[in-house]
Design a protein around this ligand. Structure first.
Ligand SMILES: [Zn+2]
Length: 352
């Protein structure tokens, strides 16, 4: 009797068959494929970009893929979120659960794990630790800066990816070797630039899938050991205007995260505090964020109901909730006691 330690010839044959076109590509080859099979990635957020990225990674044979998401599938997701279908929306299946089921049927040799979870400073270490790479599939900057803090602190690479309307951006962060997200977005001359959200100005299927493709191409280079092929640039594209841009980003010598090692998001200091506020309502405390309520009303008018504002506040209804937002960014949400719901609705309609 022999002990089966290595994959038998039959398994090797099936791997050769499954990944043959990818292994024929000179940038991957047999050596790169072996590395992919032995690698792992965690995707934070499984909306359009996350779902597309998950599909590409699992098909490519990345050995272990974890998917984190706090939301459930809704009919309005199906126009762009390629992993989900009408059944998932009808049954309001959590995205992490629906994604895991679909992906297991696509490539059963990958260890796919879907976790219904909201990444926060308290669980970041537990959820992100032990993976070779972190991919951005989130819809808000609070979570992106949390990922950036964790990645810089632990020396793990991550890939930033975001899209809204017909426009998207992506950049690979390798701590110690490249600028980080805080270098890019926290310097005095720049702002987030994505105050709009997909829930206010919409988003096209082609841009999220394009950005996910660019993100996963970088992921494959990293996981296959082809770091020399990384483009080391911030890529932005607009599929409506046809404007594509690729720029080098400078490292900020005074960067809070990668230079000064102040991990304010990971320590939870920068997270908005959410507190219970009366019966069935919560308050979201945002510090010192000046909102243009008139502009906000214009943005929200098409997507929510009963929007009205005065110089102090703006309120609107969405589903069974009523949200009141103050000019300094503070908000009160009536209709729930759940901080996760409040955080999600705030990110969706006010911006992160
Ligand atoms: Zn930095």
């Amino acid at each position: 009797m022999t002990v089966a330690a290595a994959p038998g010839p039959r398994l090797l044959d099936s791997l050769q068959e499954k990944y043959s076109r990818q292994m024929l590509f000179a940038g991957i080859g047999e050596e790169g494929q072996k590395r992919l099979l032995a690698s792992s990635a965690v995707i934070v957020g499984c909306g359009a970009i996350g779902a597309a990225a998950a599909g590409l990674l699992v098909r490519a044979g990345v050995g272990r893929v974890r998917i984190l998401d706090r939301d459930f599938v809704e009919p309005s997701n199906l126009q762009r979120q390629m992993l989900f279908d009408e059944d998932d929306a009808r049954t309001a299946l959590p995205k992490a659960v629906a994604a895991e089921r679909k992906l297991r049927g696509i490539n059963s040799s990958v260890a796919v794990e879907g976790l219904v979870s909201d990444l926060n400073p308290r669980n970041a270490e537990e959820l992100l630790r032990g993976f070779d790479l972190i991919l951005d599939g989130t819809d808000n900057f609070e979570t992106r800066f949390l990922i950036n803090d964790f990645a810089v602190l632990s020396g793990k690479p991550w890939i930033y990816a975001a899209a809204v309307a017909s426009y998207g951006v992506t950049m690979t962060v390798r701590p110690g070797l490249t600028p980080c997200l805080a270098c890019l977005l926290e310097s005095s001359t720049s702002c987030h630039g994505l105050e709009e959200t997909c829930d206010t100005v919409g988003v096209l299927g082609p841009i999220v899938n394009l950005i996910a493709s660019l993100e996963v191409a970088e992921a494959l280079k990293l996981l296959a050991g082809r770091e020399e092929s990384l483009h080391n640039r911030l890529i932005s594209c607009d599929v409506w205007t046809g404007h594509f841009q690729s720029v080098r980003v400078a490292q900020n010598a005074a960067c809070r995260a990668c230079a000064l090692h102040e991990f304010s998001y990971l320590e939870g200091k920068a997270q908005p505090h959410i507190t219970l506020c009366g019966r069935d309502s919560v308050q979201i405390h945002e510090r010192g964020r000046a909102l243009d309520l008139g502009a906000l009303q214009e943005r929200l008018a098409a997507t929510v109901s009963d929007v009205r504002h005065n110089e102090f506040l703006l309120c609107f209804r969405v589903d069974s909730y009523q949200m009141t937002v103050f000019a300094d960014g503070r908000a009160i949400l009536k209709g729930t006691k759940d901080p996760a719901v409040a955080r999600s609705l705030y990110a969706r309609y006010i911006g992160a």
